[in-house]
Ligand binder design. Structure first.
Ligand code: X8Z
Ligand code: ZN
Length: 606
């Protein structure tokens, strides 16, 4: 989560709509100087509102109580009121001739400054704030309890899938977690109705149209960009799917995993089939090679959760980036606290918008979470480096950038680097070692692509009213089947189920296309940083650990925040103005060949 999405936060003061009236605009109309003064005032008011909102959201997410939820909702409602009022007040300034570029850009960003636009009507706004806070808490508190009263939370159920035991056991865990979502459905319907009203109040057709407008290009052009990138990466996904399905079918039998057709969603080692890294033991191309998984190394060296955080920070500081402030270690939540309910879904924060960096995570000592820690610190470093910009510019160049930074850095966790850190044993640089590593990466990153794409495909349909509550779950599975090639393990319907609600970002109202873009962009960032580091040789062998040149280029990008169109920011780092799948495809070249060999004679597709 990034600060830009912390729009579920709250402001524990009186609603901002009661703020003093704006200064009168003279009959001649406002000047460029008036517009600049308005933007300054808007930034100051937003900063106050957003600080209160994120403080209350943090208190709630790290200790889910009714009182915290009420406070979070109140602060969120106040922040919504402030933003709505400022958007209304900004209207006369938008058409002023001769606006400074930065002022014009901030006026445009003001209308996009939330992913949860609120209706003007105060009662309906409060209702939306309550609904959003309620959904966040419901997800965080989600548990499945049996007749004896024994309960399992998401972490427990994910661990069952990760172990990959019997299909029955996995089906049970999958079903148990999906049973948490149906009570969310009426609240989600309410959120859609109210947020759509808010979007219309500020001139967008619906919330999806508003989300698609945040990319410095016409919204239809963004859709075309996503389609273009998807078409570029789809062949690689299909190959991976084909190979994974064949191995799963061999493991579980053709009755459980039919050798043609979609993969049952509960057997991919992940609750949402969005990342298949837990299938690595089944798919490891050359099992005789030394292991690449750092889990055993972390445990053998006695590295605990805090040690993992320090390790991730150490990667950034090796590149010459600043150390994290001491308060990061004092205020973060690294572990699920005893006796409290929390939102374990990992997120990064700057709670007080003043370098008050924190993460909130229930860290496990394993490979996956070491990578996730780099992801989260990528957000924190973004917050840190754009901290001196006006609040309206304190976000990623686009939201995919924010999500891609830490992942790009984690691409440098090469076997060579991990060996130097003493986390894995000797590594072979021969083809077998390379293909093993690529399989590990692809199961996390290539497997993710269709899921990254489909979550907002679904939500765009929902916000636009093309898919109503009577078809939420049906449409969800249509898309999952069509794009991911995975199928629900049991029949699902819209009377009993609300399967999209079992994924955090739906109740959490966090836009998701950002992750699809980030999975493409991170390879572009990695390639550019490797170039800066003077790396020679194939992209997959590059680690920018210790490269201050790469660090300086990264920090320059982070420092720009959203102050320039993302195309300019991308060009500054990479030399290109487009999101481009070539670096990703180039990176996975060796695996692509391996998959072609493996899939010979198989019927691929679903
Ligand atoms: O939500 C996240 C991060 C926080 S921004 C942990 N991710 C997506 C997910 O978990 O679904 C990272 C990858 C995709
Ligand atoms: Zn993230």
């Amino acid at each position: 989560m990034t600060r830009g999405t912390l729009l579920l936060g709250l402001v524990a003061c009186t609603p901002g709509s009661e703020a003093p009236p704006p200064p009168p605009v003279t009959e001649a109309g406002p000047t460029a100087a008036d517009a600049a003064a308005f933007v300054d005032r808007a930034n100051a008011e937003l900063l106050t509102a957003w600080r209160a909102e994120s403080a209350a959201a943090w208190a709630n997410a790290t200790d889910l109580t009714d009182e915290h939820e009420r406070a979070a909702s109140a602060a969120s409602a106040a922040s919504m009121a402030t933003l709505t009022r400022l958007i209304d007040e900004s209207v006369p300034y938008a058409t002023v001739v001769g606006l400074d570029d930065a002022v014009a850009r901030q006026l445009a960003l003001l209308r996009l400054a939330t992913s949860l636009p609120a209706p003007r009507d105060p009662m309906r706004r409060n209702d939306l704030a309550d609904t959003a806070a309620r959904l966040e808490s419901m997800y965080g508190k989600g548990k499945s309890c049996d007749a004896s009263g024994a309960c399992r939370d998401l972490g427990d159920l994910e661990a069952v899938l990760a172990r990959g035991g019997s299909p029955e056991e996995q089906l049970d865990a999958w079903t148990a977690w999906h049973s948490v979502a149906p009570p969310m459905k009426p609240h989600y319907e309410r959120l859609v109705t109210l947020a759509n009203e808010g979007a219309r109040d500020i001139g967008y057709a619906d919330v999806g149209a508003m989300w698609r407008s945040g990319y410095d290009m016409p919204p239809e052009a963004l859709v075309n960009e996503v389609d273009r990138l998807w078409a570029d990466v789809l062949p690689l996904y299909q190959k991976l799917h084909c190979h994974a399905r064949a191995r799963l079918s061999a493991k579980y039998g053709p009755d459980v995993v039919p050798p043609t057709g979609p993969i049952p969603a509960h057997l991919t080692g992940n609750m949402w089939a969005q990342s298949w890294e837990n299938l690595y033991p089944l798919l490891e191309p050359y099992p005789d090679e030394p292991s690449l998984d750092v889990t055993a190394g972390l445990r053998a060296k006695g590295v605990d959760e805090l040690g993992m955080v320090r390790m991730a920070e150490g990667f950034f500081t090796s590149m010459g980036l600043d150390p994290l402030p001491a308060t990061f270690y004092e205020r973060s939540m690294f572990l699920k606290p005893e006796g409290k309910e929390v939102v374990c879904h990992a997120s990064a924060w700057d709670v007080q918008w003043n370098d008050d960096l924190r993460i909130k995570m229930c860290i496990k000592v394993d490979h996956e979470d070491l990578v996730t820690l780099h992801h989260e610190l990528g957000h924190n470093y973004y917050f840190h480096y754009y901290n001196s910009l006006p609040p309206l510019f304190r976000s990623g160049a686009n939201d995919g950038f924010h999500e891609g930074v830490g992942d790009a850095v984690a691409l440098s966790l090469t076997p060579g680097h991990l060996q130097k850190m003493g986390l894995i044993g000797e590594v072979s640089a021969d083809d077998h070692g390379v293909v093993n590593k690529q399989m590990q990466d692809a199961l996390a990153k290539i497997a993710f692509l269709p899921f990254g794409r489909l979550v907002d495909q679904w939500r765009w349909d929902v916000f636009a009213g093309r898919v109503g509550p009577e078809a939420y779950t049906a449409r969800w599975w249509e898309l999952r089947r069509e794009l991911q090639g995975v199928a629900a393990p049991t029949p699902r319907n819209d009377v009993e189920h609300f399967d999209p609600g079992a994924k955090y970002h739906i109740p959490g109202n966090t836009p998701y296309m950002r992750y699809f873009m980030a999975h493409v962009l991170q390879f572009q960032f990695h390639e550019a940083m490797c170039r800066a580091a003077g790396h020679q040789g194939p992209l997959h062998t590059c680690s920018v650990y210790g490269s201050e040149e790469a660090g300086a280029r990264l920090a320059a990008m982070l420092s720009r925040g959203a102050s320039t169109p993302w195309q300019d920011t991308l060009e500054q780092l990479t030399g290109t103005r487009q999101m481009d799948a070539r670096p990703l495809l180039n990176y996975f070249e060796p695996l692509s060949k391996y998959l072609d060999e493996q899939n010979q004679g198989r019927t691929c597709g679903w």
